[in-house]
Design a protein around this ligand. Structure first.
Ligand code: THU
Length: 160
């Protein structure tokens, strides 16, 4: 038996103001789309903005449903829109922000496991890392330089 240690290195910024200009702008876009989310059941609004290699920005927010599991997270709404509209263009970065209508969310909110799995497919497909930036409503922003960094043991098509 041997033990294997897996580590993830993340960057933590005190606020959006510390981010590079183009990422700050991307986070602003994520904020605007977040506030248009359809989240009447959870009152938890999430926005995701993707920056593509050609400069295009693709947006998504969570879309809930009276049949709860039929809803979709912001990150997957955005990544599938990018895959549908720009199938050959690599995704460089994703900015994510979440806001609760019940309290001010100061903790950075990472993409859920299902979203990480979905984003991983795109990162593997394009063979280039996707930088992930996530935050709450205000405060600290966490950066992961790739999706793989926050999803060790990704299930991928090599197992099929
Ligand atoms: N949600 C997202 O949009 N992204 C995540 O990564 C986590 C959760 C949404 C799903 C649901 O509409 C609401 O937040 C509460 O879970």
């Amino acid at each position: 038996m041997k033990k294997v240690e897996i580590t993830s290195v993340l960057e933590v910024y005190d606020s959006c103001d510390e981010l590079e200009g183009n990422v700050q702008q991307l986070m602003k876009e994520a904020t605007l789309i977040r506030d248009k989310a359809y989240a009447p059941y959870s009152s938890f609004l999430v926005g995701a903005a993707l920056l593509l290699e050609n400069g295009e920005v693709v947006l998504g927010n969570n879309q809930e449903n009276a049949c709860y599991p039929s809803g979709l997270c912001a990150e997957r709404t955005a990544i599938y829109a990018a895959g549908a509209n720009f199938p050959k263009v690599a995704i460089v970065a994703m900015a994510i922000t979440a806001k609760s209508l019940h309290n001010v969310l100061l903790t950075p909110v990472p993409p859920c496991g299902a979203c990480r799995q979905s984003i991983a497919e795109y990162e593997l497909r394009q063979k280039k890392p996707i930088a992930i930036y996530f935050m709450g409503e205000k405060g600290k922003v966490v950066k992961s330089s790739s999706l793989e960094n926050i999803l060790p043991f990704t299930f991928d098509n090599s197992y099929l």
